[in-house]
Ligand binder design. Sequence first.
Ligand code: APR
Length: 229
Amino acid sequence: MKRIVILTGAGMSAESGISTFRDSNGLWQNHRIEEVASPEAWALHPERVLEFYNQRRKQLFEVKPNTGHFALVRLEKKYNVQIVTQNVDDLHERAGSSHVLHLHGELKKARSTIDPKLIYELNHWELKLGDKCEKGSQLRPHIVWFGEAVPMIEKAAEITKSADIFMVVGTSMVVYPAAGLIHYVERKTPKYYVDPKAFTVHGITNLEVIREKAGKALPHLVDRLLNNS
Ligand code: APR
């Protein structure tokens, strides 16, 4: 089976009702990154950080995958589909995608602050001060904050190098190292960029830019790829 690697960002979940970060009224219009999504913020006022992620987690329990997520699942009929997402929601998984790699962590998980290998599923929206790991340390959101390493990037690069087809959906391509993954794809490999603000990425060949919303564009693109396979 041919391998399709799909890099997704917040735009993938926009039609599910989840705010993106840099669009108008996006999350970074209403919150300062350094106050809610950085190790410094966690050290200074952990309750504010917990509240930021509690609100997003609360919403995640109320929303559902959109037609874009379900279209990507259909690709699995004829392709080995590997999703590399910047998103911390679980909408790809809930839609039925089998292989999802989270570069920036997962909203529905919490992690020990003294042993990063201790990761816990959260089946409720609230993570509070005083919620501790089995070794007695405060639990933190299992999210990659600004300034922190992206442990999964090497694995994502390996997956991306072997793509027979590469797709980018719903990301402004401004946050590295995720945005750099497209440069690991072979020049001859067909690439697609689905986003209302999609642009021709400098130095990238064989790129088809589709300036449409994911929910509208992906069902058609998936039909094309299934018919061509
Ligand atoms: N369909 C497809 N794309 C959309 C849609 C939609 N319905 N709505 C918005 N978009 C696009 C926007 O045009 C934009 O290019 O989604 C992109 C959202 O960009 P950002 O808000 O910058 O989100 P993202 O690229 O995922 O951010 C990357 O930055 O803040 C960090 O860790 C955070 O993972 C995030 C990373």
